[in-house]
Design a protein. Structure first.
Length: 165
């Protein structure tokens, strides 16, 4: 069954009173509405800076634009009044499946917020996804194995920019 409504409408419904903030042992995790990103962006930018390496697919301004347009999703882990971690996800649809792809995760206190991954799974299911994917370093294989994730394939890249004229 295809989800109904716009992504923004579905996200707002997901984070409505029917689906309050998920609380970990010491922190809360929330999906940020595209309309609310402006209010917290300055606190998120330092967490995004590790994504800006030589082979980055997205700049920080790319993330901002795609999140505020509803093409990507911003998740935050909050402890007290501080954002301690963030995650960016995006839907990816291919002929045989719809995937919620986690593009980026950064921050501290993973042991306090990772237990909220079922909230991300529920968001994926509500939006018609049958799979979750993580774009990340090899260390994520070991971390996520404890949460019933499997490594299905590796992405191997080669930088061709030095050969461009």
């Amino acid at each position: 069954m295809e989800p109904t409504g716009t992504l923004s409408e579905r996200a707002k419904e997901f984070i409505s009173l029917r689906n309050p903030l998920q609380r970990g042992s010491n922190c809360k995790v929330a999906l940020v509405s595209p309309d609310d990103v402006h209010a917290i962006w300055e606190s998120v930018v330092p967490l995004l800076e590790p994504s800006q390496h030589d082979q980055s697919e997205f700049s920080i301004s790319d993330f901002f634009e795609l999140i505020t347009e509803g093409e990507m999703h911003l998740w935050v882990a909050i402890e007290g009044k501080e954002i301690i971690a963030c995650m960016i996800s995006q839907f990816h649809t291919v002929p045989q499946k719809r995937v919620l792809r986690i593009i980026f995760i950064s921050g501290e206190g993973m042991d306090r917020w990772i237990e909220n991954f079922p909230m991300v799974e529920n968001f994926a299911l509500v939006n018609g996804c049958t799979f979750l994917e993580v774009w990340g370093r090899k260390a994520w294989i070991k971390i996520l194995k404890a949460w019933d994730w499997d490594c299905k394939y590796h992405i191997i890249t080669k930088d061709l920019t030095s050969r461009m004229h």
